[in-house]
Design a protein around this ligand. Sequence first.
Ligand SMILES: Cc1cc2nc3c(=O)[nH]c(=O)nc-3n(C[C@H](O)[C@H](O)[C@H](O)COP(=O)(O)O)c2cc1C
Length: 188
Amino acid sequence: MSIVLVIGTNRPGSNTKKVASHIIQRYAAHGVTPQILDLSDLPPALFEPASYGDKPAEFAPFSEAILQADGIHWVTPEYNGAVPGVAKYFIDMLQFPESLVGVPVAFTGLAAGIWGALRPVEQLQDIVLYRNAHVFPAKVFIPGVFNVLAEDGSIKDEAIARRLDDQVKGFIDFVDKIRSTGKYTVSK
Ligand SMILES: Cc1cc2nc3c(=O)[nH]c(=O)nc-3n(C[C@H](O)[C@H](O)[C@H](O)COP(=O)(O)O)c2cc1C
C-alpha cells in the first residue's frame, strides 16, 4: 500500500514535521511505511512563474508520488486562518486533471490557537473534493500545539496520541477497502 504523507509547510523548524514524525511512527507500528513529501524540499525552480507551463525536472518525484498514491495523509498547520500558501501552490503545480482523482485523503491539522487548524483542513478538503478525491471522515485537529509537543518533539498529550493512532488505523483500512473494490473510482 502506497501512502504518501504530506508535510504541508516549508517553514524551518516546523511543528508540522514533528507531528508528521509521530504519525509516521504510527504507520510503521501498523506495518506501513509512508512516502514523505516535505514541502520544504520543493525545488526552488518550481517557484518561477514559468512553472505554470513547464515544470522543473526536480519536481517529477513529487508529482509522480501524488499520481501513484493509494492514499494521501496531509498534515497541515494554520497560517492566518488558512492553509499555508505553499500548500495551495503545490496543488496548483500537480498534474491536471489526473492528480488526486479517486484518491483517499486523510487530514491532520495543528495550530497554536484553539481551533486546531479547522479552517485550513476544511479549505484543503474543499480543494481535494473539487479534484474528485475521497475525504477520509476521521480528521484530527490539534489545538494549542505548543502544549501538545514535548521538548523532544514527541506528542505528550495522550488523548491526541490516541486519536492519531485511531486515524492511522482507520485510514489504512479505508485505503485498503477502496483499493480492493475499486468501485469508488470516478472518471477523470
Ligand atoms: C505565518 C504564520 C501564521 C500563523 N497564523 C495562525 C493562525 O491563524 N491561527 C493559529 O492558531 N496559529 C497561527 N500560527 C501559529 C501556528 O499555528 C503554529 O506556529 C504552528 O506551530 C505552525 O506550524 P509550523 O510550526 O509547522 O509552521 C501562525 C504561524 C505562522 C508562522
